[in-house]
Design a protein around this ligand. Structure first.
Ligand code: SF4
Length: 210
C-alpha cells in the first residue's frame, strides 16, 4: 500500500536495501520477537511471533503477528492450550506514527490481514491495536466500524499482487509517489549505474535457456 513498485522489487525481484527507517523497524521487531512481550498473568496471556493463516479460497493468507494477547472473558472463545475463555487482541509494533492522523493506512491494512487470519483460526472478532514506539501510544484500529471498507481494500490489493506475481511484472512508479523514506531508491531509479547487474544476469540466463 505504501508503494506497489517497492513491493514488486522486494517480492518479485528479490531486491533489498536498508536505511534508517528499515533499521529502526527491524530493531523494534527484534525486541518483540525475542519474546519480551510473552507473559501470562491472572487476566491475560500474551504471545509474540504468532503464526497466523487463513487458507480459505477467499483470502489464502499466511503471516506472523508481532504479538497476540488473550484476555480472559466469559464471553470469549476457547484457545488451544489455555484453560479459560478469552477475547483475542492483536498488537502490532511500528516505529513512527503519521504527522496527520492516528495511524498509517498502510500499517492498518497489514493488521487487518492479521485480523482476517485470527478471526478465522479462533472464530472470534479480534480487536486490533498498533503501538507506535516513537509516541509510546497504543492506537485502536476502527475495524468494527469500517470492516467492509478494509475488507474490500485488502481483497483488491491481494488481487493485484497475485496478478503481478503471475505475470512476474514489477509495477511502475505511480504519479505522486513519495520516495524520500524509501530504502530502494538507488535500485528503483539508479542515478550512476548505467544498467542493473541483476537484470543483465537474468537476461543472460533467459537467453541460455532459449
Ligand atoms: S523509490 Fe519510490 S517508487 Fe521506487 S520503490 Fe521506493 S517508494 Fe517506490
Amino acid at each position: 500500500m505504501y508503494c506497489k513498485r517497492r513491493w514488486g522489487l522486494l517480492e518479485i525481484n528479490g531486491d533489498w536495501a536498508e536505511n534508517l527507517f528499515v533499521i529502526k523497524a527491524e530493531i523494534i521487531h527484534e525486541r518483540v520477537h525475542q519474546g519480551l512481550h510473552s507473559f501470562s498473568d491472572k487476566d491475560k496471556t500474551a504471545r509474540s511471533s504468532v503464526s497466523l493463516y487463513n487458507d480459505s479460497e477467499e483470502y489464502n493468507l499466511y503471516g506472523i503477528a508481532d504479538c497476540i494477547e488473550f484476555i480472559k472473558s466469559n464471553k470469549g472463545v476457547k484457545i488451544n492450550g489455555l484453560p479459560d475463555l478469552y477475547n483475542v487482541r492483536i498488537a502490532e509494533y511500528k516505529p513512527t506514527p503519521p504527522k496527520d492522523g492516528d495511524f498509517h493506512q498502510s500499517d492498518a491494512i497489514q493488521v487487518f490481514a492479521q485480523k482476517i487470519c485470527a478471526d478465522y483460526i479462533w472464530h472470534c472478532n479480534t480487536q486490533c491495536y498498533i503501538y507506535y514506539a516513537q509516541t509510546k501510544k497504543r492506537i485502536k484500529l476502527p475495524f468494527d466500524m469500517e470492516f467492509e471498507k478494509y475488507d474490500k481494500m485488502l481483497k483488491e490489493y491481494l488481487r493485484q499482487m497475485r496478478d503481478y506475481l503471475k505475470k512476474h511484472k514489477i509495477p511502475e512508479r505511480e504519479k505522486g509517489q513519495k520516495c524520500s523514506g524509501c530504502s530502494l531508491k538507488d535500485i528503483c531509479f539508479p542515478k550512476n549505474i548505467k544498467y542493473n547487474v541483476k537484470s543483465e544476469i537474468q537476461k543472460m540466463i533467459r537467453e541460455e535457456e532459449i
